[in-house]
Design a protein around this ligand. Structure first.
Ligand SMILES: NC(=O)c1ccc[n+]([C@@H]2O[C@H](COP(=O)([O-])OP(=O)(O)OC[C@H]3O[C@@H](n4cnc5c(N)ncnc54)[C@H](O)[C@@H]3O)[C@@H](O)[C@H]2O)c1
Length: 318
């Protein structure tokens, strides 16, 4: 039987993934409460959608929110990302780990049925095999990854001890038209944008550096399919996902095959090159495919098509 979802709270609901998940849930007639920080308010609201502005570290605000709205499901996406986490590890721990602990505690108190958590390939260190098996160790050397491992363990604690339906997905590098300029590991998306804008691009890694990757649309489909799946079908506490492997050089060639005048170079930044070189190129995701039908729709060329058409229409409009 599919998981019945009627009313959800999305933390980080005005972010890239949160806003797209909200769209999909609203289309299915599910009520959505988005929670995010000041300055992220959407310009308009759709029927069934509401927004609460605040900080995920504000325990009493979250308690009031859960008490008043009584969501049956939480999509917990609020987070500092990798760059901001490394820049301020203490804030990263407070926002990503401690606030998540409080949210899990409140979710348990207010009888939230399903708690979805977005984790990452960065929760692994450089000691994993390639292809990376599903039971790979998680000893990250970055604070962002360390906070994600902590929440994975806390969520599983609430699942095992209190019966919460905690669900977690780990994503690889995401190809997204919305990748912030400050996200250095999002350089494939930035390269497409630069090419459309007739700008030269410097890849911050060597041409041969490759990574397990996925298009944003598949992230959204994956989260929805996973959270709507029958709880009894899920055999794992957390699932790692993989779509395709591509090197920076292949990204550059693919762009140039579409925009021949695109000029690029490779000037590896040691930290970025080392991080991505350490990540596995291929991630075994058999359990996700078997348990809940994970099936990415977009290969690398199709992802390139999507990014090209997105950036082309954005540059025509602006
Ligand atoms: N995009 C990726 O490549 C990727 C990969 C793996 C995992 N994830 C995870 O998916 C989730 C969503 O990522 P995204 O790509 O949409 O990033 P995003 O930065 O667009 O979304 C995160 C949201 O959290 C909000 N937020 C940050 N601090 C907050 C605070 N103190 N209180 C309340 N809200 C706060 C931000 O305003 C933002 O809207 C994150 O948990 C991220 O770690 C993303």
């Amino acid at each position: 039987m599919p998981n019945l979802i009627k009313k959800v709270l999305i933390t980080g609901g005005n972010g890239n993934i949160g806003a797209l998940i909200a769209d999909q849930l609203l289309e299915r007639g599910i009520e959505v409460i988005k929670f995010d920080i000041p300055g992220t308010e959407p310009s308009s609201l759709r029927p069934g959608e509401s927004v609460v502005i605040g900080d995920i570290r504000d325990k009493s605000l979250l308690s009031t929110l859960l008490d008043q709205h009584r969501p049956d499901t939480i999509y917990h996406l609020a987070s500092l990302l990798s760059g901001s986490s490394e820049a301020d590890p203490e804030a990263a721990w407070d926002i990503n780990a401690t606030a998540s602990f409080h949210l899990l505690k409140l979710a348990n108190e207010f009888d939230v049925t399903t708690f979805f958590f977005a984790s990452t390939i960065a929760s692994h260190g450089d000691d994993v095999l390639d292809p990376m098996p599903e039971d790979a160790l998680q000893w990250p050397a970055n604070i962002y990854g360390a906070t994600k491992v902590a929440v994975e363990r806390l969520g599983v604690y609430y699942k095992l001890k209190h019966g919460m339906d905690f669900r977690c997905l780990r994503f690889p590098l995401v190809f997204s038209p919305f990748a912030p300029a400050t996200a250095v590991t999002a350089f494939p998306s930035h390269a497409f944008r630069a090419a459309i804008n007739n700008e030269a691009f410097t890849f911050p890694v060597s041409a041969g550096t490759g990574m397990s990757s996925m298009l944003l649309e598949d992230v959204i489909t994956g989260i929805l399919t996973f959270t709507l799946a029958d709880r009894d079908a899920l055999t794992q506490h957390a699932y790692s996902l993989h779509s395709y492997y591509v090197t920076a050089g292949e990204v550059a060639e693919e762009i140039q095959s579409r925009i021949p005048e695109f000029t690029y170079s490779f000037t590896p930044l040691p930290t970025v090159d080392a991080l991505l070189s350490a990540w596995p190129n291929v991630i075994v995701d058999d359990a996700a495919r078997r348990d809940w039908g994970w099936q990415p729709e977009y290969n690398f060329k199709q992802s390139a098509d999507r990014l090209m058409s997105y950036f082309q229409s954005a540059s025509t409009v602006s």
